[in-house]
Design a protein. Structure first.
Length: 227
C-alpha cells in the first residue's frame, strides 16, 4: 500500500499542538499530535448533515446557512448544492491552516467549495455568529466537535448548553433548522433541545468502515426545527 506523505504542518492557535497535513494518492488527512482530526476517505454523515437540514427548511430563497467547522469541506459543499444562486453559506473555521489547505490541497475532494462565490469564510468561533448573528440564519449546522459529549475544544461546550441552544433558536428564522453532528449518541441533548422550544428528530448514519468509539461506524445527527 502506498505510504502516507507529509505535505505541510502548522501550529494550533492558542495551543501547543501541531497540525499535520498528510496525503496518499487522492486521499487527505489532517492529524493533530498523532490523532486523525479529519479526512477525505469517508464523509457520508457530513453530507447528510446538510441534506437532512435542507430537506426540512421552509421554502424561502435566498437562504442563509451557517456551517460550524470547515473540515474537508463536505458539509459546506453539500449546503451549496442545495441552495439557490442568491443564497449565502458562511463557514466558521478557527484554524487558518485548515482554510489554507482547503484552498490549496484538500478542497478538490469536495469540489473546491471555497471557490463558490456564495461561500463566505469567517475566521473565528462559530459561537460568535450564533450569539450575535449578522441576520437570522435559515440553518445552523454544527460539526465542530466529535459530538456534544466529546469536545475537541472545551469552550464549544456552550453551544450544547440550554443557553447556547436558546441562542441558536433566537438566531434562526421561523422554521429554521439547527443540525448537530456527533460521532456517538448523547442522550441529554434531545431533552435540552425540546426544553428551549425546538422539535427534534434524531437521524443515524452508518459508515461501516469508518471507526467510532463503539466500533459501530454509526454517527448521530440531530435536526432541531424552530417554531
Amino acid at each position: 500500500m502506498r505510504p502516507w506523505e507529509l505535505v505541510d504542518h502548522d501550529g494550533v492557535p492558542d495551543d501547543d499542538g501541531t497540525l499535520f497535513l498528510m496525503s496518499r494518492g487522492s486521499e487527505w488527512v489532517i492529524h493533530v499530535d498523532g490523532k486523525e482530526l479529519m479526512g477525505t476517505g469517508l464523509h457520508g454523515s457530513e453530507v447528510a448533515l446538510a441534506d437532512e437540514a435542507c430537506d426540512r427548511l421552509p421554502r424561502t430563497d435566498p437562504a442563509r446557512i451557517l456551517v460550524g467547522g470547515l473540515g474537508m469541506g463536505f458539509t459546506l459543499a453539500a449546503a451549496l448544492r442545495r441552495v439557490g444562486p442568491g443564497s449565502q453559506v458562511t463557514v466558521a473555521e478557527l484554524l487558518p491552516a485548515v482554510v489554507r489547505w482547503n484552498r490549496e490541497h484538500t478542497g478538490r475532494a469536495a469540489g473546491h467549495p471555497l471557490r463558490d462565490p456564495r461561500a463566505i469564510v469567517y475566521g473565528g468561533d462559530v459561537g460568535d455568529l450564533v450569539h450575535t448573528p449578522p441576520a437570522p440564519w435559515s440553518a445552523i449546522l454544527l460539526d465542530v466537535d466529535n459530538g456534544p459529549g466529546s469536545l475537541t475544544r472545551p469552550t464549544n461546550g456552550w453551544l450544547y448548553t440550554r443557553a447556547g441552544l436558546r441562542a441558536a433558536r433566537r438566531a434562526l428564522i421561523k422554521g429554521g433548522v439547527l443540525g448537530i453532528w456527533s460521532a456517538h449518541p448523547f442522550p441529554p441533548l434531545p431533552g435540552r433541545l425540546r426544553s428551549v422550544g425546538f422539535s427534534v428528530a434524531e437521524v443515524k448514519h452508518t459508515e461501516p468502515e469508518r471507526p467510532t468509539a463503539d466500533g459501530s461506524g454509526t454517527h448521530v445527527l440531530w435536526m432541531a426545527t424552530a417554531p
